[in-house]
Design a protein around this ligand. Structure first.
Ligand code: 3AM
Length: 179
C-alpha cells in the first residue's frame, strides 16, 4: 500500500517566504519548506493497481494553468486547533482543478475524503496542548498582513508520503502539467 496525495508544488521563492513567515510563529513542529504544498486530494493508503488507475485518470485531465496567491493565516480544528496554515484567497480555477482531481480519483476507485475544499498551505501541526495557543494567536495577529505571489500554477503532482519519526517525507511520483 502507498500513502499518497495530489498537491500543487510551490515555487522556491514562495516556499522561502512561507518559511520566513513560519519562523515568526511559535510552532512546535514547523513544516519544512520542502514539504510545503497545496493539497488537492488525499488518497490515504492505496493499492498500486488503483493508484495506477488514478495516475492514468489524472494524466487525462486537460485544464488551463492559472495564477495563485497566498494571503493571511488561519487555524484548522475549531475549539481544538490542530494546525496553522497560510490561506489562499477564493480562486475558481483552483476549485475547478481540485474538483476534477478528486472526482477523477474517485471514478478510478480512490477513496477521497468528501470534506469541503479549503485551499491552504500548512505551516505547522500540533496535538492538543502541544502549542501555546495564546502566544501563537498573538504571533499570528502580528503577521496577519502576510501575502505571497501571485505565481503561475503550471501543474500538479502525485506524492507518496513516507511517515517517519522526524515527520513525513514526500516523494514526487508523477507530474501533471496544465496547458
Ligand atoms: O499539507 P496539508 O495539511 O494540506 O493534512 C495532510 C496533508 O495536507 C493531508 O494530506 C496531506 C499530505 O499528508 N491528510 C493527512 N491525513 C488526512 C486525512 N485522513 C489528510 N487529509 C484528509 N484526511
Amino acid at each position: 500500500m502507498i500513502r499518497a496525495f495530489a498537491a500543487i508544488p510551490l515555487p522556491d521563492t514562495v516556499r522561502a517566504q512561507l518559511s520566513a513567515l513560519s519562523l515568526m510563529l511559535p510552532l512546535p513542529r514547523p513544516v519544512p519548506p520542502e514539504n510545503m504544498h497545496v493539497t488537492l486530494a488525499f488518497l490515504g493508503e492505496v493499492g498500486e493497481p488503483v493508484l495506477e488507475d488514478i495516475h492514468i485518470s489524472w494524466e487525462a485531465i486537460r485544464l488551463p494553468g492559472f495564477t495563485l496567491s497566498v494571503k493571511g493565516l488561519g487555524l484548522f480544528g475549531g475549539d481544538r486547533p490542530r494546525s496553522v496554515h497560510a490561506a489562499i484567497p477564493p480562486n475558481p480555477a483552483l476549485d475547478r482543478l481540485q474538483a476534477k482531481v478528486a472526482s477523477a480519483a474517485r471514478f478510478a476507485g480512490g477513496d477521497v475524503p468528501g470534506r469541503k475544499f479549503v485551499p491552504h498551505v500548512t505551516l505547522g501541526r500540533f496535538r492538543p496542548g502541544e502549542a501555546d495557543m495564546m502566544r501563537l494567536e498573538h504571533a499570528m495577529l502580528n503577521v496577519a498582513g502576510f501575502s505571497a505571489g501571485p505565481f503561475e500554477v503550471t501543474g500538479f503532482s502525485l506524492y507518496r508520503s513516507h511517515l517517519g519519526q522526524r515527520g513525513p517525507l514526500y516523494e514526487e511520483l508523477a507530474e501533471y502539467p496544465l496547458s
